[in-house]
Design a protein around this ligand. Structure first.
Ligand SMILES: [Zn+2]
Length: 95
């Protein structure tokens, strides 16, 4: 299984955080003997799989903060306007 999301060093594998947006980003997971174990490691640490790659907890927290901010900016000054269903679907798929 070839994947750019996993780095190999001295016969050990580690899953890479593909976003690296948070200042305290972990950048990559624990070093394991196989790609499968490396992936189990990040799953165990509750990293989020975004569809494009794994996102570490720090980056996920960073995105969640941004998401909350965006929601406030969108609806804050127009409280009587109901957000439409499409927007809610968009927010759900970010997870
Ligand atoms: Zn990260």
């Amino acid at each position: 299984m070839e994947s750019a999301l996993i780095v190999k060093k001295a016969d050990e594998y580690s899953v890479v955080c593909h976003t690296r947006v948070a200042l305290d980003c972990q950048e990559n997971g624990g070093w394991c003997d196989s790609e499968e174990e490396a992936q189990e490691w990040v799953e165990h640490e509750c990293w989020i799989f975004s569809g494009e790659g794994w996102m570490c907890i720090a980056c996920n927290a960073h995105f969640m903060r941004n998401l909350a901010q965006n929601r406030r900016e969108t609806y804050g000054d127009r409280p009587d306007e109901t957000p439409d269903d499409d927007l809610y679907e968009g927010i759900d798929t970010v997870r």
